[in-house]
Design a protein around this ligand. Sequence first.
Ligand SMILES: Nc1ncnc2c1ncn2[C@@H]1O[C@H](COP(=O)(O)OP(=O)(O)OP(=O)(O)O)[C@@H](O)[C@H]1O
Length: 277
Amino acid sequence: MQDTFARPIVQIDALDFGYGERPILRHIDMTIQRGQVVAVMGASGGGKTTLLRLIGGQVRPQRGSVRFEGQDLAGASQDQIFAMRRRMGMLFQFGALFTDMSVFDNVAFPLREHTDLPDSMIRDLVLMKLNAVGLRGARDLYPAELSGGMARRVAMARAIALDPALVMYDEPFAGLDPISLGISARLIRSLNDALGLSSIVVSHDVEVTFDIADYVYILGNGSLIAHGTPQQMRESTDPLVHQFVRGEPDGPVHFHYPAAAIGDDFLRPDSVRKERA
Ligand SMILES: Nc1ncnc2c1ncn2[C@@H]1O[C@H](COP(=O)(O)OP(=O)(O)OP(=O)(O)O)[C@@H](O)[C@H]1O
């Protein structure tokens, strides 16, 4: 019993992954401890969403392993992967609610899809989840009638509908105003603690994410460049971490994708003529 609680919910070892020939993630080691909110951060296109897809078993590593609750996804059958996925709640970028369904039906959807529970029990479970995100009273509204922050909270209620062990949030704060952003962040933390979940939050918002995270992994150029507590990240003297934490435009990570010198691309009609010839 002791071991079950001590064992990390997700363990990633020496993982390499690429789409086709193109490497995306290199030699990733990561541990998500039970009960924690863990942030995965880093520059756009760095492979954060891909990492969530690897944990969800939607794609498989080329090398290394991903274990969920001790079970290696690589050796798992499709049925075992489906069973594992039922223990994971996912909230994708912008929540993606079904627009033709009410708030109630959106949250009921995974329960109707994955269980044989009677309607009366589904009703109670949906109202409990909506209550947890403060929207029990909004059950009959449709997504078009919700603010961005409310829609995000409905998506959270749906992500926890099946009582998952792990919830993965992909950019949960994207496009939210500062107040809704603060509410969503506090909610991720309080749902995690009240329901005994473990959470992974992919986000670009350093301040708010550091506020709620127990541990942070920072990805850069496909590799892990740093990990530690938010405090350790803030105090880091590593120039990459420093640039990331402070959102500085200049530093080891360049704003421009590698390109020819500006003088070679502009202001030289002769070179344009040469290219066209
Ligand atoms: N299905 C796919 N097939 C091929 N390449 C893909 C696929 N999905 C993503 N990529 C590429 O993999 C790289 C990593 O993408 P990913 O979405 O994981 O990054 P990210 O860190 O989540 O980015 P962002 O912060 O902008 O959402 C990107 O260059 C992207 O173009």
